[in-house]
Write a protein that binds this ligand. Structure first.
Ligand SMILES: Cc1cc2nc3c(=O)[nH]c(=O)nc-3n(C[C@H](O)[C@H](O)[C@H](O)COP(=O)(O)OP(=O)(O)OC[C@H]3O[C@@H](n4cnc5c(N)ncnc54)[C@H](O)[C@@H]3O)c2cc1C
Length: 532
C-alpha cells in the first residue's frame, strides 16, 4: 500500500484515481444518458485555500504527543464519503471540522481523551477509515451542550496481537485497515475473509461498529458472525466480553456493541473468527432475459443451501453501465470457493437452478473464471468505481446508492414501487429523467438485499436539496414497502428519520438507557443512531 496521505477530498490516497480511459468510460455513460457533450464543472478548492476556524480547545500537555490541530488533519477528518459529504467539501464547507484530532496508541490514551473531552464539553467522534456513507464521522457541535469537537482516529491501533491456530481466531486491534489485517494473517494461512468494497480504506473497528457486509453473497459475510469477543473503551470504563464459540447466557453483550456506531464506546480490539485462505474456486456468469427471472434463480440457489461466495445479479441497465452486457439482459455473477474441497458439485447444482429460470451460462468450471468475462469486468468495475464520485460531483451529477433487504414474498412489488418512487423524485427534483438500477449484494434463504443506484443530472447551487429530495422519496418508499433503511451501510445521521420509524419504541428507550449508563455526558457521536 502506498504511504501517501489519504485524500482530504476523494477516495484513497493522494495521487490515486481513475485513469483517463476509465474516466472517459464513466463520463461517456453519463453523456449518453443525459444526451449532452459537456457538464457544468466546478473546481474543487485546494487544501491550502480552505478556510478553517481557530481551534476552540487546546489539548493539555499530557495529551499533546498524540493530538494535533494541524490543518490537513482537521480537514481530512471533517467529512465521510457520502454524496452530501462530497458536495459540502466541493463547496469548501468545512464548518464541521474537528478542533483537535487525537491519534491514541493504546486504551489508556483513549480513556485520557475521553476524560479531557468530558472536562471541556466536547463531542468525541471515533474515526476508523472515515469511509462512512451515512454521516457517521462528521463532528457535531451546537455551542451549548458541545462547545468543541474532538475526533479520535484509531489508525495507531493497527496490530494483529495474537493468533490462536487451534481455535482459528485472532486478536486484532480496532484501527487495523483491511490490507494490513490480511497481510498480518497471511503468514498463518488464514483470512478474516471480510471484503467490503471499501476494504482498502476502512478498519476492523469501523466494520464492527457499522455491522458491515463483505462482498461474499451468502453465509459468513457479515462482520457480526466473525466476532468472538470484544474490548470496548467507554467513558465509564472498559467492557470486555468472554471468548466463546457460542453462549446462551442472556442477551449477547457483543451484540450491544456490534452496530453501535461509536455511540456507546470505542472498540479497541476484538477476537475474530478466521477462515482458511481459499484454494478451490469455481466461477460463472449467467444471462437472464429479465431481472426477475434472475431473482427467481437466486431464490432457488439460496433455498437449495448452496451458499455461493458470489451470487450478484445485475439488472440490464446496471450490467450495461458497468460494461458487463449490452443492456438487453440481466447478468448473474456466480462463484463458489473453499479452502478444503472443490466446489464443482455446488456450481453444477446452482447452474441447474439458473436453467430452471431461463438462465444461460456464459462460462463455467474455470477456476479463474471469477477474474474473466462478465465476472472479471464486474469485479474490476466494483474495485474502481469508488474513485468516480470525486469527478462526477464537480460535474453536477448526482450519483448515489441505497441498500436494503426484503423477504422474497414481497420482493417484486417492493422493487417496482421503490424504483418508481425514486425515478419520480429524480424527475421532480431535477426536471430531467434519471436512472435507477438494481443489483443484489447479499442473499438469504428468506430474501435478498437489493442495492439500488441512481443517477441524476443535478444543478450546481441546488445539489444538496435535489439529492435530499430523491433520498427522502427513496427512504419513504423503502419503509412504506416493508424494507429496512439500511442492510449494511449503517444509520449514521443521514438514515435517522427512517431508522427512528422502523425501530420499536421500547427498544429505542432501552438503547437510550444503555447510552446513559455507558456515556453519561452523551459525548460520543451526538446525533448518530440515537439521541442521548
Ligand atoms: C466506496 C465505498 C464502498 C463501501 N462498501 C461497503 C461495503 O461493501 N460493505 C459495507 O458494509 N459498507 C461499505 N461502505 C461503507 C463503509 O465503508 C462501512 O460502513 C465501514 O464499515 C466503515 O469503516 P471505517 O473504518 O471507515 O469507519 P468510519 O467510517 O471511520 O466510521 C463508521 C462509524 O463507526 C464508528 N467507528 C469507527 N471506528 C470505531 C471504533 N473502533 N469503535 C467504535 N466506533 C467506531 C464511527 O464513529 C462511525 O460512526 C462503503 C463505503 C464507501 C465509501
Amino acid at each position: 500500500m502506498s504511504s501517501a496521505r489519504l485524500k482530504h477530498y476523494g477516495w484513497g490516497r493522494e495521487g490515486e484515481g481513475m485513469t483517463t480511459d476509465e474516466r472517459q468510460f464513466v463520463l461517456g455513460r453519463y453523456r449518453a444518458r443525459f444526451a449532452t457533450d459537456t457538464f457544468d464543472t466546478m473546481a474543487v478548492p485546494r487544501l491550502e485555500d480552505l478556510a478553517l476556524r481557530t481551534p476552540r480547545v487546546t489539548p493539555p500537555a499530557s495529551l499533546a504527543a498524540f493530538c494535533t490541530s494541524e490543518r490537513y488533519d482537521r480537514l481530512a477528518h471533517a467529512h465521510g464519503k457520502s454524496y452530501p459529504d462530497y458536495v459540502r467539501a466541493m463547496l469548501g464547507d468545512y464548518d464541521c471540522a474537528p478542533d483537535v484530532v487525537a491519534y491514541p496508541r493504546n486504551e489508556a490514551e483513549i480513556s485520557a481523551v475521553m476524560d479531557w473531552a468530558g472536562g471541556v464539553s466536547a463531542s468525541l467522534t471515533p474515526f476508523g477509515g472515515g469511509s462512512s456513507v451515512c454521516g457517521g464521522v462528521e463532528p457535531r457541535v451546537d455551542g451549548i451542550r458541545y462547545k468543541a469537537a474532538i475526533t479520535l482516529d484509531l489508525r495507531n491501533l493497527s496490530k494483529v496481537v495474537e493468533v490462536d491456530l487451534t481455535s482459528r481466531a485472532a486478536l486484532i486491534e480496532g484501527g487495523t485497515y483491511g490490507p494490513a489485517l490480511e497481510n498480518q494473517l497471511k503468514p498463518h494461512g488464514l483470512s478474516l475473509r471480510h471484503f467490503p468494497q471499501s476494504f482498502e480504506y476502512s478498519t476492523l473497528g469501523g466494520w464492527i461498529a457499522t455491522r458491515s457486509g463483505g462482498h461474499f453473497a451468502s453465509l459468513y459475510t457479515h462482520i457480526d458472525d466473525f466476532v468472538e469477543s470484544l474490548r470496548v473503551v467507554t467513558p465509564r470504563g472498559v467492557v470486555e466480553t468472554r471468548r466463546l464459540p457460542g453462549s446462551g447466557a442472556g442477551p449477547s453483550p457483543d451484540r450491544l456493541f456490534i452496530g453501535s456506531e461509536g455511540t456507546l464506546g470505542v472498540i479497541s480490539r476484538a477476537w475474530m473468527r478466521l477462515q482458511p485462505r481459499p484454494k478451490f474456486r469455481s466461477g460463472a456468469s449467467v444471462r437472464f432475459p429479465s431481472f426477475f427471472d434472475a431473482a427467481r434463480a437466486v431464490r432457488a440457489v439460496a433455498q437449495a443451501g448452496l451458499y455461493p461466495s458470489n451470487c450478484r445479479i445485475l439488472d440490464p441497465q446496471e450490467a450495461f453501465n458497468t460494461g458487463v452486457a449490452d443492456g438487453s439482459v440481466a447478468i448473474m455473477v456466480l462463484g463458489f470457493e473453499s479452502g478444503d474441497h472443490a466446489p464443482d458439485a455446488r456450481m453444477a447444482r446452482a447452474l441447474e437452478c439458473c436453467a430452471d429460470h431461463r438462465g444461460t451460462p456464459e462460462q463455467a468450471d474455470a477456476s479463474d473464471a471469477h477474474r474473466e468475462g462478465a465476472a472479471g469486468i464486474w469485479r474490476n468495475a466494483f474495485i474502481r468505481m469508488p474513485y468516480a464520485r470525486e469527478f462526477l460531483t464537480p460535474a453536477g451529477l448526482i450519483n448515489d446508492t441505497f441498500e436494503t433487504a426484503i423477504t422474497w414474498d414481497r420482493f417484486e412489488s417492493f422493487h417496482d414501487s421503490v424504483k418508481a418512487a425514486t425515478e419520480r423524485a429524480i424527475l421532480e427534483a431535477t426536471g430531467v429523467s434519471g436512472e435507477v438500477t438494481c443489483r443484489f449484494t447479499h442473499i438469504y434463504p428468506d430474501g435478498p438485499a437489493p442495492y439500488f443506484s441512481f443517477h441524476a443530472l443535478g444543478r450546481h447551487g441546488a445539489l444538496l436539496e435535489q439529492w435530499q429530495a430523491i433520498k427522502n422519496a427513496a427512504g419513504d418508499a423503502l419503509i412504506a414497502a416493508g424494507g429496512t433503511i439500511t442492510h449494511h451501510h449503517a444509520v449514521g445521521r443521514d438514515h435517522r428519520p427512517w431508522y427512528d420509524r422502523q425501530r420499536p419504541a421500547l427498544f429505542a428507550a432501552a438503547l437510550r438507557a444503555a447510552k446513559r449508563e455507558l456515556d453519561p455526558q452523551g459525548m460520543l457521536n451526538p446525533g448518530v443512531l440515537i439521541d442521548p
